[in-house]
Design a binder for this molecule. Structure first.
Ligand code: GAP
Length: 447
């Protein structure tokens, strides 16, 4: 983990947020390369969910949430971790971090009994601050998919089965955020809510489990680094009938990367508290309860029902950590030397190609290298980097370390013969290609 954290800082992937003020615990900033990697990962998920299928719609719902949403979802009552206080050093711990009844901070045995600590962040809304006037920062993106269910269905005329996918920030006031970007207070999720008929939920859970394992493999995660964990009943979230976790061997241990839950009709049902809504006759809604009927019509049976939902929910930050960990390689390159190389899948690489003039002060080389960069950039496959340091060896090492699949060197032969040298990140092989064939070679290398 230490090597990875150091590489992330040195090369501009991830920084502690607010570091100049000592940092805010559990909050990180993604740097120039981190933002590209993260966006590429999110794009790959979005593409697999929305573009490559015909049964899923996208959504980008609000982060601020009306408090009723998390009241009726059950989060106000149940979204908590057991908290233990140390009476000696005044530190606070999640109960599972207490070993042999000792405070992990000072070793004292003088601890309080565990009490539930709700993980949701609240923020005042509007100029008047009081107990009632607040919104929640969503602790999962899912709830606004449920509350927008009817709007999406009505505007797209979707029939069951279909899904709604969303990527976005979630916030949890974790008692002990830790392990770099693994357990955060501000993080991102990629969540799909896939709605099915009751009775078709169990097969759908198995289907999505296989789909998601296949997707992680395509992102470069070796299947041997993954394990399936059938969450036992006593550990299930309040909304779940069955959950399968995809566990990954993180540098600090085997932990959850993604959860795939059978949420049954719990959420849509909870937001349609008044069960008369199902008969579509009653208009009475009590107090602040939802007035939306989150039910669908079974046209054959001519009755209304609340769909069941299967939810694959993946953490973006945990995904970035897993992918960096898989790609991070230190290998011998002869003469007792080593190189560090990030063997990222090209579609995830923050920089797709680096164009390097042999000499940084040669106007003709620089002009041609810039022209090549612009032409490759115009293909729209990601960031192409103009690297004008004048030191080819150092440039190769730097681009190995950040996972750039190819380096393109522009030298004096380029001026005379219209050729460049391409160097492959993984094999380190170099070959000469004509500039006119470069776009084809570039596109091929990114596949
Ligand atoms: N909507 C379901 C849900 O939120 P979850 O298991 O609590 O379920 C889903 O979270 C995923 O979100 C986890 O598998 C993990 O990847 C990510 N996640 C949850 N809490 C996190 C945290 N504090 N920091 C970073 N990622 C987190």
């Amino acid at each position: 983990m230490d090597e990875l954290v150091s590489l992330c800082k040195r090369r501009g992937f991830v920084f502690q947020s607010g570091e100049v003020y000592g940092g805010l615990q559990g909050v990180y900033d993604y740097g120039p390369l981190g933002v590209e990697l993260k966006n590429n990962l999110k794009h790959s998920w979005w593409s697999a969910m929305i573009f490559e299928r015909d049964d899923i719609e996208g959504l980008d719902a609000a982060i601020l949430s009306k408090k009723e949403v998390f009241k009726y979802s059950g989060h106000e009552d149940t979204f908590s971790d057991p908290l233990v206080d140390c009476k000696d050093c005044k530190s606070r711990w999640r109960e599972d971090l207490i070993v042999d009844g000792k405070c992990p901070g000072c070793g004292s045995h003088d601890l309080t009994s565990p009490r539930p600590f709700n993980l949701m962040f609240k923020t005042p809304v509007g100029p008047v601050e009081n107990e009632e006037n607040f919104a929640y920062l969503r602790p999962e993106t899912a709830q606004h998919i449920f509350t927008s269910f009817k709007n999406v269905q009505d505007s797209t005329s979707r029939q069951i089965p279909f899904g709604i996918a969303q990527i976005g920030k979630a916030f949890r006031n974790e008692i002990n955020p830790r392990n770099f970007i693994f357990r955060l207070r501000e993080f991102e999720q990629m969540e799909l809510e896939y709605f099915v008929k009751p009775g078709e939920d169990e097969a759908a859970l198995d289907y999505w489990c296989a789909e998601r394992l296949g997707w992680w493999e395509k992102q470069g995660v070796n299947p041997s680094s993954l394990e399936i964990y059938n969450v036992p009943n006593e550990e299930l979230a309040h909304y779940s009938k069955k959950t399968i976790d995809i566990m990954y061997r993180f540098p600090h241990g085997l932990e959850e990367l993604e959860g795939i839950a059978n949420r049954t009709d719990f959420d849509l049902g909870s937001h349609t508290k008044n069960q008369d809504a199902l008969s579509l006759t009653s208009k009475t809604m009590e107090n602040d309860e939802s007035t939306m009927r989150l039910a669908v019509q079974d046209l054959e049976a001519k009755k209304w029902y609340v769909p069941f939902v299967i939810e694959p929910s993946a953490g973006v930050d945990r995904g970035v950590l897993a992918i960096l960990n898989e790609a991070f390689t230190v290998e011998a390159i002869g003469d007792g030397k080593e190189r560090t190389v990030l063997k990222l899948k090209p579609h995830l690489s923050p920089i797709k190609a680096a164009v390097i003039p042999l000499k940084k002060n040669n106007d003709e080389l620089v002009r041609l290298a810039k022209e090549i960069k612009q032409n490759l950039q115009a293909l729209g496959l990601g960031r192409v980097f103009f690297e004008n340091t004048g030191n080819i060896g150092k440039a190769y090492r730097r681009h190995d370390e950040v996972g750039t699949p190819m380096c393109i060197t522009v030298d004096f032969d380029s001026l005379e013969n219209q050729t460049v040298t391409i160097r492959d990140r993984d094999s380190m092989e170099q070959k000469i290609v004509s500039i006119s064939e470069l776009p084809e070679a570039y596109i091929g290398a990114l596949k």
